[in-house]
Design a protein around this ligand. Structure first.
Ligand code: PA5
Length: 446
């Protein structure tokens, strides 16, 4: 089986191989902390051995639940935010036909998302779209108390119950939440929904390989066994502190670059299907490392599209940036550039070539220009957009994130900063229990 590859040769103009190697001791230490649970946040390490420990029974239950939704639904709305949204969205987008939503219904239900924003128009338009469809809901919230998905679920649940009645609606709702705690668990128990558990020791942004990501991905018709197989291969390949551990290599390299003043990392793709993979990665690294007033700022661009918007800044702006490029070796489909007799656009010099050959030259040309312009480049090569390689890449980034956070000396598994906006929002909305905060915040906005 092919594996994803990591090449860091194009950073050596900024940091030497020796400077990167100097972090090997810290990376070894990080691997030991992850393996032995001796580092900060060690009650959130359930993801480390998740691929090898997921049982065939659980995968079977997820597939059976997806099949049951397939029997009754044309559309399934996955309701969740952050770690309860981005992983499924990233994998489904990476594997889907770019125009799937405009094409006739396929064998599997369409998966659409809600609860990832508080957009009134978004929800009104979603309700319009669902009004003449048979739909079901997967509601995902680890805490079971997050406001955005709770609002969306309340609206969609009311709509489904109005359509089908309470009892029938309950058969089309699946809840993924904590085993015991939270409002969603209580609701699911009272209403008799099918449920899956998010284990206590798996944080939201590390939960894509649990039912949180796997159920929506299975409902969309993709092979979750292959996704897990890929992750399992990567779990094995990155479990020991060895020279060829690519998660260590990436973690060490980005920390060496950070130490050399490169404070921003952009995850770059040359395949629009990877846009949401960039969004998932931003959450993973942003929430894990951005704390104690430290951490690389994670951003993402879709090339070549963004070469025409962000390209100028990257090539020529402040030299505080490096890039990690995900390069997909082979496209799934074939499109050849035709010959044109008149050749008014002057493109006959590339006639007969695959579109991807041109894309690869755009990628290579950009890499050379960026490296020349002082933007170090890490290259991650993905053999193809297939479940197995996406599984490898997900686990690779998760493992590298844990190592990188420990090298940086932060707790990579908490997110205390996320609470600040919630406290203010609840105070502004006069949520019961927030009376004192409401009073205080009102003084500030007069
Ligand atoms: O990574 C995290 O923990 C967060 O982004 C959560 O995933 C997000 O806030 C959603 O939380 P919950 O699943 O509890 O609704």
């Amino acid at each position: 089986m092919k594996k994803i590859q990591v090449n860091v040769a194009d950073v050596y103009g900024t940091v030497s191989a020796d400077a990167i190697k100097k972090l090997a001791g810290r990376a070894d230490d990080a691997i030991n902390k992850l393996n032995n649970g001796t580092g900060a946040g060690n009650d959130f390490l359930g993801w480390v051995n998740l691929p090898s420990s997921i049982t065939p029974a659980l995968l079977g239950d997820i597939n059976a639940t997806a099949n049951a939704l397939k029997e009754t639904c044309e559309v399934v709305v996955a309701v969740g935010i952050g770690g309860s949204y981005l992983g499924a969205k990233a994998v489904i987008e990476a594997l889907s036909d770019s125009f799937a939503s405009l094409k006739p219904k396929t064998e599997w239900p369409r998966v659409v998302f809600a609860g990832q924003n508080i957009g009134e128009d978004y929800l009104a338009e979603l309700k319009d779209y669902l009004s003449d469809k048979k739909f079901g809901i997967i509601v995902i919230s680890k805490s079971g108390t997050t406001t955005e998905p709770a609002i969306a679920f309340r609206i969609l649940k009311e709509m489904l119950e109005a359509k089908l009645g309470k009892a029938e609606a309950a058969k089309r709702i699946v809840a993924i939440t904590d085993a015991k705690k939270g409002a969603l668990r209580q609701l699911a128990t009272e209403e008799g929904y099918k449920t899956f558990v998010i284990e206590d020791n798996v944080g939201g942004r590390f939960s894509v390989l649990t039912p949180v990501g796997l159920l929506p991905i299975a409902v969309a018709g993709y092979d979750i066994e292959q996704l897990i197989n890929g992750a399992r291969e990567m779990e094995e390949a990155t479990s020991k502190a060895e020279d060829d551990n690519i998660a260590m290599k990436y973690a060490m390299t980005r920390n060496a670059l950070y130490g050399a003043g490169k404070k921003i990392e952009i995850l770059v793709n040359y395949n629009p299907k990877l846009h949401y993979f960039g969004e998932w990665w931003k959450q993973l690294y942003g929430e894990s490392e951005g704390k104690d007033h430290k951490g690389i700022f994670p951003a993402a661009v879709d090339n070549s599209t963004d070469l025409h918007s962000m390209g100028q800044w990257i090539q020529d702006g402040e030299r505080t940036i490096f890039e990690t490029v995900i390069s997909v070796e082979s496209p799934e489909r074939e499109t050849i550039i035709p010959t044109d007799k008149a050749n008014l656009d002057g493109l006959n010099y590339i006639a007969g070539k695959h579109v991807d050959q041109v894309n690869k030259m755009a990628e290579l040309g950009t890499r050379i220009a960026h490296v020349d312009g002082g933007v170090p480049n890490i290259q991650i090569t993905l053999p193809a957009l297939k479940e197995v390689y996406l599984g490898q890449m997900i686990y690779f980034f998760e493992k590298a994130c844990g190592i990188s956070g420990y090298i940086l000396d932060v707790n990579p598994f908490n997110q205390p900063g996320v609470e600040a906006y919630k406290r203010n929002m609840f105070a502004l909305l006069a949520k019961p229990g927030y009376e004192k905060e409401t009073e205080e915040i009102k003084k500030r906005i007069k």
